[in-house]
Ligand binder design. Structure first.
Ligand code: GTP
Ligand code: MG
Length: 235
């Protein structure tokens, strides 16, 4: 009885969240900004991947970052040092970003018009999975120090994503992480997902990652053009 009441509350919250996510999507569409939601367990290397991206892909595309953290601006400060503009969302007691927090930010701060907007979610492999933010693509980072069984134990986040990035691959020789096994576990849950390996520390795989971002920027533009076309013809 108690459980089903909780389920209803959760469903209502998620429905409301989805409505607001659609509203955010309109904002992103207006700015023509391809938006990428980065999710992972704490410390899997989200901020490091962004730092490396801005260091290495400086001129390939322009970026803005939304940093989601429970408290403090440590990650935002790290991003600021790269010269990329960053907007902070402090979630307080919440262990994930939700569409309402992003909507409030979009209404209160002027966002730069850039090719891509990265949203670094709060480090958590469970809660962010259920909260759509209005993003174009969802990326999950799985560091090789976490174990290749994590997709089996935390399936929701791996099911609802477009790309899985294996991070800290410079450490592969020191840890018991079987890439083939991890791939297999992910494919079983999400057969269409793309995977890639990177090391923000050595730069390994960064070209593949930045190419993926560039292809998403292009795909987003194409999609918007087509949507506009359909829209015009339906009037
Ligand atoms: N060896 C190695 N260490 C890395 C790599 N990427 C990140 N790290 C280290 O992992 C730790 C966590 O990295 P962050 O980039 O802060 O991870 P995060 O996912 O942003 O962490 P939260 O925002 O707290 O969830 C830091 O000590 C990084 O130096 C990598 O490619 N190789
Ligand atoms: Mg971080």
């Amino acid at each position: 009885m108690h459980e089903s009441a909780d389920e209803h509350t959760m469903e209502r919250i998620l429905n409301k969240n989805d409505e607001l996510a659609e509203h955010n999507r309109d904002h992103f569409r207006e700015a023509m900004t391809c938006t990428v939601n980065l999710m992972s367990a704490p410390g899997a290397g989200k901020t490091s991947l962004l730092e490396a991206t801005f260091r290495m892909a400086g001129r390939k595309f322009s970026s803005t970052v939304i940093e989601g953290d429970m408290v403090g601006e440590l990650d935002a400060d790290r991003i600021r040092k790269t010269g990329v503009s960053v907007h902070q969302i402090s979630t307080g007691r919440s262990c994930h970003l939700d569409a309402n927090m992003v909507a409030r930010l979009l209404h209160s701060e002027k966002m730069e018009k850039t090719d891509v907007l990265f949203i670094e979610n709060v480090g958590n492999l469970v809660c962010p999975a259920e909260f759509n933010l209005g993003e174009f693509k969802r990326v999950v980072l799985l560091s090789v120090t976490e174990g290749d069984d994590k997709p089996i134990k935390y399936p929701v986040i791996f099911r609802n994503c477009d790309l899985v990035v294996f991070t800290k691959c410079d450490l592969l020789e020191y840890v018991e992480f079987n890439l083939g096994e991890a791939e297999k576990n992910i494919q079983a849950i999400n057969p269409d997902v793309v995977t890639m390996q990177v090391s923000s520390k050595t730069g390994y795989g960064m070209d593949k990652w930045t190419s993926w971002i560039q292809s998403q920027i292009e795909a987003y533009r194409q999609e918007q053009k087509q949507t506009k076309h359909v829209h015009q013809h339906s009037h």
